[in-house]
Structure formats: C-alpha cells, structure tokens
Unconditional design. Structure first.
Length: 174
C-alpha cells in the first residue's frame, strides 16, 4: 500500500513538465548531496570508533539515496500521518533494502569490501544483519526530521520542530 503510493509519487515527479521537474530534480540533488555527506561523516566516525578506519566514499551516494527516499516518503501526507513507529518500520525497510542492494553490488559483484557482516548473528549474505536493521529503525525518525529541517531551511518548505519530537512520538507510539 505505502510502496505503491511511494512509487506513484516518484513517477508523477519524473513525468511532470520539464520546468517543474527541473526544480524538483534540483531539490533532490541538494537533498541527496547534503544527506549523503552527513551520512558519510556519521559512517566515518562510526568506523573510526569501531575499527580505526574511515568510510568508503561510495557511502556518500548510498546515504544520500536513503535520505532522499525517506524524504520522498515523508512528503506523502498518508505516510506523514502514520504513527512514528510505522514510519520507522517503513524507513528501516527502505534502508535495509538499499543496504543489501548496494552491499551486493559493491562488496560481492565489484569486490570493494566496504563492509562484511558475515560474522554477525542473523546476517544475510554478509550484507545486512538484524542489529543494523534495529539501528536503522532508531535512525529513521532523525532522517525524517533532517529532511524536514533541510526543506524548511533551504526552501521554506517542510515543518520546523525540534529533532527529539519524532523520538517522543516513537516511544509514546504516536
């Protein structure tokens, strides 16, 4: 149900007249670049803490894609009206699928060895695991807030509210 609405939003944006489409594509580019950059920094700090390395630059477009897709879902009023716990579940699903597909391409097909979860419990092909899926669930409310924050700051669009509001909703099941 939500996937169909999500795909309809993307298709309608891609096939609108070129002038309106250009503005939307420019916004998507900036959201992709900014959210990807923030994700790249967070991923880098996580890796420094855990194994002393830094994130692969390929994580920037992957993180940007995650941010843009969750932002597009968040633009849909039916999605935005859902309880935050459901929004987090949908966001987690999108993030896990992107993590698997990008991991399969980068790690298995191209042999880049960006990450390997094969030593973690409940992993699938070493590309996704249950522990990181839980982290994506917890990270989704922040991504939703960050998308709204960027839209508000850059284009006076989107809501303005404190970042922790989504977590209050999440843990109160609102």
């Amino acid at each position: 149900m939500i996937l169909g609405e999500f795909m309809n939003t993307i298709v309608s944006k891609l096939f609108t007249p070129v002038k309106a489409n250009r503005n939307w594509l420019l916004r998507v580019f900036w959201l992709w670049f900014i959210t990807g950059g923030v994700y790249y920094i967070i991923e880098g700090l996580w890796r420094v803490r855990s194994n002393g390395g830094w994130a692969n630059i390929a994580m920037l477009p992957v993180g940007g894609l995650c941010g843009v897709l969750i932002g597009i879902m968040n633009e849909n009023p039916k999605f935005a009206r859902k309880k935050m716990v459901l929004q987090a579940v949908y966001g987690m699903a999108v993030l896990v699928v992107i993590e698997f597909v990008s991991g399969y391409i980068m790690n298995i097909v191209l042999g880049m060895n960006v990450w390997d979860y094969s030593n973690r419990p409940f992993n699938f092909m070493g590309q996704i695991c249950l522990a990181y899926a839980a982290l994506w669930f917890l990270f989704t409310p922040f991504i939703i807030w960050f998308d709204d924050f960027l839209r508000n700051r850059l284009w006076n669009d989107g809501e303005k509210y404190p970042w922790y509001k989504n977590y209050v909703k999440l843990f109160r099941f609102r």
